[in-house]
Design a protein around this ligand. Structure first.
Ligand SMILES: [Zn+2]
Length: 489
């Protein structure tokens, strides 16, 4: 591999006029001042089997939001063994932690997630086969997310330990999936002295474009009625399920009258005990998303009004609990440019013949034919500004408080969407692990650049201040509620 690169470079240099040779030499010198490429790559590669083992263990634990006891403990144990000091149980969340190494400025945070999703248990095979029926699974690849962040943090720590000043931290952030874990960690002041945040997310491509996404408010609407024999004394009953259905009906009509980027989804978590008992309790669990937090706030008020109206019209009562609330991502183009350059230095990866077969079989199970081709994981997507992803994350709240950068690596077969059993299958196999290593290296290199080139952080902060605008005050719909530790129960 090294020989190939040297050969290719010498050909290019020979073919170039003298002025280009000078520019190439300047670029090489600039690269030398940046992250120590080979040292970080070699350090991370040397621990590959450890990281593969950690990622597989977390994948098998498959613990949902705020219940990630074993996953969190395993990551903490790895960080302690690598020389980090760890504060666990921070922000009133038993599975949240902050691991720290070094001292002084800058303080760079690498963020790790590790929660699984309910109902997405799946063997690492290209056919639907749950390991635990209705069990949880890593359909968003957070087993890889948390482990790549570990690999990057340890890699940077080893390099910092060679006599550099600065602090590298690993933020163990639970319950990303609807639990808004990071919002409570922000509220507890844990990010106050952080200069920049580096992270990534599993995906079906290698991409470090600076994009935003959707703000999201989630809540459980609970209706209380009166139970009665559904045949013998229906007039004595008031159905809480009727209220849920009335609310859902009104919100479904509302879809025509909201900006089209809005996303609203719900499930009925409780709908009664038996058809011959008028349900005295029913519950609907709602998510509402929008690229603009201010517009989402207004839509949310209308959803709450629909719930109030449903209760009034069905003779029931209603209360609701906001279980999660996250902003849209504030992208930082300065940091994304650094991450994109490093992702290109790391590059994508080819599949083995067995992985190709796995990918082809898995793609046959997708409802829509994928537009991304197998092989696209070998390259890095060009960096494009202005994208709006349609998912949501509590990382967004961090991004409005500290300049933040993220990327995706191709841990999922091209075309496989997150939150699917297919994604769980990829996250538990060799393709997921290869993508994880790409992310670990790109994050480590980016973090090391932030230590070696202070101007990057200055520029990122200027951009951050400009984008937030004068007088910006960060607020969350979670207000002062305690972490919803039981939201997955
Ligand atoms: Zn995710």
């Amino acid at each position: 591999m090294t020989l190939k690169v040297v050969f290719a470079t010498s050909i290019v240099v020979l073919a170039m006029p003298a002025v280009h040779v000078v520019i190439e030499a300047q670029r090489a010198a600039a690269a030398d001042r940046g992250a120590p490429f080979q040292q970080l790559i070699d350090q991370i590669d040397s621990q590959r089997s450890t990281y593969a083992d950690v990622a597989k263990q977390i994948w098998a634990f498959a613990e949902v939001g705020f219940q990630e006891t074993r996953s969190s403990a395993l990551l903490q144990q790895q960080l302690r063994a690598a020389g980090f000091s760890v504060r666990s149980g921070v922000a009133d969340i038993p599975t949240a932690f902050v691991a720290s190494f070094g001292s002084g400025k800058p303080v760079i945070a690498i963020v790790g997630e590790f929660d699984a999703l309910p109902g997405l248990s799946q063997e690492p095979t290209p056919r639907r086969s749950a390991i635990v029926s209705e069990g949880a699974g890593h359909g968003c690849g957070h087993n890889l997310l948390g482990t790549a962040a570990l690999a990057a943090a340890v890699g940077v720590k080893e390099w910092l330990a060679g006599g550099r000043t600065g602090t590298v931290r690993y933020y163990g952030t639970p319950a990303e999936e609807g639990g808004s874990g990071k919002v409570y960690m922000l509220r507890a002041g844990l990010f106050n002295d952080v200069d920049a945040v580096v992270t990534w997310h599993p995906g079906d491509r290698n991409d470090a474009s600076p994009s935003t996404n959707l703000a999201n408010i989630t809540a459980k609407f609970r209706f209380h009625g009166t139970a009665a024999h559904a045949a013998f004394a229906p007039h004595q009953g008031r159905s809480a399920l009727d209220a849920v259905e009335a609310m859902d009906y009104m919100v479904n009509m509302m879809r025509e009258h909201v900006p089209q980027e809005t996303r609203i989804h719900y499930i009925i978590t409780k709908g009664g005990a038996a058809p011959n008992i008028v349900p005295d309790f029913a519950e609907a669990y709602y998510y509402a998303r929008q690229p603009d937090m201010r517009i989402l706030d207004g839509i949310w008020e209308r959803i709450v009004d629909a719930a109030k109206g449903a209760a009034l019209g069905t003779g029931t009562t209603m209360d609701y609990e906001i279980t999660g609330a996250v902003w849209n991502i504030l992208p930082n183009e300065t940091l994304s440019a650094v991450m994109h350059r490093n992702l290109e230095r790391v590059g994508g990866f080819p599949y083995t013949p067995e992985e190709n077969v796995f990918a082809e079989e898995l793609r046959k199970t997708l409802t829509d034919p994928p537009t991304m081709a197998i092989g696209s994981q070998e390259k890095v997507e060009p960096s494009r500004a202005g994208g709006v992803g349609s998912a949501s994350t509590d990382l967004a709240d961090v991004s409005w408080n500290v300049p933040t950068v993220s990327m995706t690596a191709a841990t999922f077969v091209p075309g496989v969407p997150a939150h699917s059993w297919q994604a769980t299958a990829c996250a538990g196999g060799s393709i997921g692990l290869k993508g994880m290593m790409v992310a670990a290296k790109a994050m480590a290199l980016t973090t090391a650049d932030l230590f070696t080139e202070p101007t990057i952080i200055q520029k990122a902060k200027t951009e951050f201040d400009q984008k937030r605008g004068p007088g910006f005050v960060y607020k969350t719909r979670l207000a002062d509620r305690k972490p919803a530790l039981d939201y997955r129960k």
